[in-house]
Design a protein around this ligand. Structure first.
Ligand code: GLC
Length: 422
């Protein structure tokens, strides 16, 4: 009888999500899902071993997610629909929190995480971890869209980093005419049909003084400006300022070409800096970074990006999972990630940390660019917005659809979808 009661109690505790250990005293395994590491030395095996050493009887296994944000999202949607997703701690792209919170997939951390604990992170990352006034994740790493340039080439032609679209195009023409190297491309960015392309389009909208969603939720509130922004991107490809293959480029494809010395400019995230400055890089010491150019001076802004760590609501070990999230988003781990994994901290103080700045002199500048970054629309429907837009935007970039028609079609489809969600 007592045995049956104990089993029942254990089952109830497990159902309530508060059993920290499986029945019996066997080891607990926490499963941590995150994207692959691109920096010089993966710090996670060491960090996870350290966490396990401080928590006897706990093992942490880390599992890689697919490469792109879109595929990662798909993985989560498929696995979180079921009751037991098979992972405890999950890396979340900043754009997913409202959707995942509303779907009931994340453990609500509001009552467990004090405001002082969030204060050291960039305010924008805390905002992105919050939905409907509640906290769903802790900020883990931060991104912002930047313009990389070949400082050696700009200096050779007496040029300053471009602040406007026009200056960028003029610089490409001058340098390519002077270099006469058919392998040297102008401006690389991400134009493949995926989330990264949507980011590039949003940045073009902002650079042209408009946005995707108006204050009242209207889609493309200034359609004429949106058309101009798309026409500009298409124009880069049509005139050869950007090579045609940009329409198949993601972050890594464009980063590799720039890193091989095959382009003057590149739009990308901060991780690129660590790779182009690594020993053996063809462009080491020859790269600079600047804010993205605007249609007019001062109008350019990079999109924010990055990721949080959230806890699956189906976890059987919520306290341990939170301890792991705290450890991995903590100062020591973020420092190790900045050094080994090219993942930029969400903790603002690390951008002034003498040891880190000695390694990466750009940190204070990147800090300021992070502060100036703009978020993508914050809505549980973000993925719906993005995936609905993607084919329309892509059709413009490859020259299959005039920008005005794509904007009109996208508005029609989005108005319909968003209305049906209200
Ligand atoms: C980076 C950013 C993420 C963004 C993605 C787009 O991973 O951190 O926020 O959605 O790029 O490709």
């Amino acid at each position: 009888m007592r045995g049956r009661r104990a089993v029942l109690l254990a089952a109830l505790l497990a159902l309530a999500g508060c059993a920290e250990r499986p029945p019996g005293d066997g080891p607990v395994t926490l499963v941590f899902k995150h994207a692959r590491i691109l920096g010089p030395a993966d710090p996670f095996p060491g960090l996870l071993a350290e966490f396990a050493a401080a928590h006897p009887g706990v093992r942490v296994t880390s599992e890689s997610l697919p490469w792109s944000s879109d595929e990662q999202h798909q993985f989560y949607v498929i696995n979180l629909e079921g009751r037991s997703p098979g992972f405890d701690v999950m890396m979340l792209d900043v754009i997913w929190v409202p959707e995942f919170a509303r779907a009931g997939w994340l453990l609500d951390l509001t009552d467990r995480v004090r405001p002082e604990e969030l204060a050291p992170h960039f305010a924008s990352t805390v905002a992105a971890a919050t939905w409907a006034g509640r906290v769903w994740a802790l900020p883990w790493n931060m991104n912002v869209g930047l313009l990389y340039y070949r400082a050696d080439l700009l200096a050779k032609y007496g040029l300053r980093p471009p602040e406007t679209w026009e200056e960028l195009e003029a610089a490409v023409r001058t340098i390519r005419a002077g270099e006469r190297d058919p392998r040297l491309e102008g401006y690389l960015w991400q134009g493949k049909q995926y989330e990264g392309m949507v980011v590039n389009v949003l940045e073009a909208l902002w650079a042209n003084g408009t946005r995707l969603l108006g204050a009242d939720g209207a889609v493309f509130p200034e359609p004429a400006r949106a058309v101009e922004a798309l026409a500009h991107l298409r124009g880069l490809l049509a005139t050869g300022v950007s090579p045609r293959w940009v329409t198949a480029a993601d972050e890594e494809l464009s980063r590799r070409a720039f890193g091989d010395g095959r382009a003057v400019f590149l739009r990308n995230w901060p991780y690129v800096l660590d790779l182009v400055e690594a020993p053996g890089s063809a462009v080491r010491g020859r790269v600079g970074l600047a804010p993205l150019p605007g249609r007019v001076r001062g109008a350019g802004a990079g999109s924010t990006g990055g990721s949080h760590l959230g806890i699956s609501r189906g976890t059987r070990h919520p306290d341990l999972a939170l301890a792991l999230v705290r450890f991995l988003t903590g100062e020591r781990a973020q420092r190790a990630m900045a050094t080994g994994a090219a993942l930029y901290p969400t903790r603002t103080a690390l951008y002034r940390d003498p040891a880190l700045v000695a390694r990466n002199r750009w940190l204070p500048r990147i800090h300021d660019l992070m502060l100036a970054g703009r978020p993508r629309p914050v809505t549980p429907s973000y993925l719906l917005l993005s995936t609905t837009l993607q084919p329309e935007l892509s059709a413009v970039l490859v020259g299959l659809k005039p920008p005005a028609r794509a904007i009109a079609d996208a508005r029609r489809r989005l108005d319909y979808f968003l209305a049906s969600r209200r």
